[in-house]
Design a protein around this ligand. Sequence first.
Ligand SMILES: [Zn+2]
Length: 295
Amino acid sequence: MKTLKMFDPHIHMTSRTTDDYQAMADAGIAAIVEPAFWVGQPRTHVGTFEDYFLSLIGWERFRASQFGIKHFCTMALNPKEANLPGVSDGVLELLPKYLEKDGVVAVGEIGYDDMTEAEDRVFRRQIELAIGAHLPILIHTPHRDKKRGTERTIAVVREMGAAPEMVLIDHNTEETLPLTLDSGCWAGHSIYPATKMDEARMVELVKRYGSERMIINSAADWGVSDPLKVPKTVAMMRAAGISELSIETIVWTNPAAFFGQSGRLDGIDAPSLIDQRKLWEGNSVLRGQTPVVQG
Ligand SMILES: [Zn+2]
């Protein structure tokens, strides 16, 4: 059997280690999307967002390349920090410049956290920015009151005139998936240890709904999470007798097609080259080891 190439289209590598990158590469993960999100505590200056955005298209992209993983990202003001009056407008002003950068394949993650008025305003503004920039949209759905949050999300997407094929609604559950699929949007599922969605429940959803517009991710970050949830779910789908074609559709073809609508998934199908002799602004991931050169 040929090795299946996998895509983890939602993972926050900034908070993960080089061991994670190595384990992901060894498990077959060849491409990732890192959505801009919050960092666990509220930021107090617009400038810290700018440095974060720069690291997503700079250092983090380089770090992934050193393990043979193609790194893309999405840019946005996340729903939680949309509620910070001192910074949210400044970040919105900054965004258009970053939406033009190489490697930026969507506006996201945007949407609702607590469903406040400020979140609503920032959500709508960023949908406008995405439409203007001809970029796909990655939408986070709230952890609390998820069904109502998803219904409201879909209503806003429609009102704003975003094309459903340009929208990925993430963090679906059994309760929200039928709504998302009916809307014509793509459906993301974050596979977590112990909560929200797990491998076994995901297998049941694929059996019931098939692979069309279905996407899975690890959403791994600085919290309790697992960067290998995509390959682990693949293993469980195989064991459950789901076809290789369906599996490949979910973990490669679909995310590549969705984010490919940005026109910026450069070289996604090309073999990965690793050259650890390279530096990024004079910095390396190595600590004196012999550089790996491969491919
Ligand atoms: Zn996330």
